[in-house]
Write a protein that binds this ligand. Sequence first.
Ligand SMILES: [Mg+2]
Length: 350
Amino acid sequence: MSEIGEFGLIDKIAALAEPTLSAVPELLTGIGDDCAIYCPSAELLQVATTDMLVDQVHFDLLTTPLRHLGSKAISVNVSDICAMNALPRYALISLAIPASFSVAMVEELYLGMSLAAKEYGLAIAGGDSSSSRSGLVISISMIGEVSEKELTRRSGAGPGELLCITGSLGGAAAGLKLLMREKEIMLNHIENNESYQRSVMADLMEYREAIQRQLLPLARIDIVRFFHSRALRPSSMIDISDGLSSDLQHLCRQSGVGALIDEGRIPIQSSTRLIADELQDDALTWALTGGEEYQLLFTIPREEYPAIADNKEIAVIGETTDAKEGVLLSDIYGMKIDLSSIRGFDHFSR
Ligand SMILES: [Mg+2]
C-alpha cells in the first residue's frame, strides 16, 4: 500500500467499481471527483461523498477535544460538497466506539457534529454505531444538491484561465506541528510528574488561530453561496484536502491542462510564517504539501475576474496552461519548479 499510495489505490478501486456503473445511468460520475454525481430529475442533481476519520491516523485524542473532532468530521465532508459548487442537505454518521468511551464522550462528539450541521444548514439523518476493539472511527456520508447549471467538476478548466484560491494556506499544518510539539511537552511533563496545565494554557493562546485551523477547520460554504449569489460558476473546482501541490495536479489532470502558479501570490498568513520560523520549518512547504486546509481551488475564465475582484477571501495565484507545460511553481527568484516532484499528504506513506 505504501508503494502505490492513496491515489494508486483509488485507481485500482475505481477499475473494480467501473463495471457496476452501467446499471445506473442516472449516475453521471462515480469515483474521480470530490463527489459522485447522481441525477434523479432533469434539473436538480445530487452529489454524494464519504469521509472516514481514524484515531491515530487522522486525529489524536490527546490533542483533540471531542466536540472539535465532531465538528471537523462534518466540515471535511461539507468541503467536498462545496467543491462541486453544491450545498449539503443531509448526512449519515457511523461510529466505531472504543470501550473506554463514556456516554458523555459520545454525546460531546455528537454535539460538535450537531452544532456544525446546524451552521451549514444540513440534517443528521441517520447512521450506525458499533464497538471498536482499537480506536475511535468516524465515518460520515453526505448528500448535497446543486442545479445542473451550477454544478462544477474538477474537469472543466481550459488553458489560459485564472487559478484562484480561497483564504490562506499553511495554517492547518502550522497548527498540527504546534499540537505535536505540545503533545511531546505534555508527555514529558507527565513522565516527570510536573504540572502541565499552567505553562501550556499561557503558551498556546498566541497560536490560537493556527491551532483552530487544524482542530476546527471550516468548509467554504460562504464561497459557494457567493458564487450562487453572483450566478458565477467556476470552470473547475477542488477542495484542498491533500495540499495545494497535490490537489492542483488532480485538477489539472482531470481537466487536461497544465498550470503555472506564482509563489509570491500564494496567500500565507504572517502568523503562519512566524510559526514556521520558530519551528525552523518552511511555510511555503506547508502551503504546498500540508493537508487538511479545506480551502477551495478553482478556475475562472479571465473575463470573469471582475465578478470576484471585490472578494477579499479569493486570491488569483496563477493560470492554467497547455498540458504539455506541466504543473509548475514560479518561485520568488523566477525559477520554475515542477510540482509533480513535490509530494502531498498521503496517509499510506506516513
Ligand atoms: Mg476533495
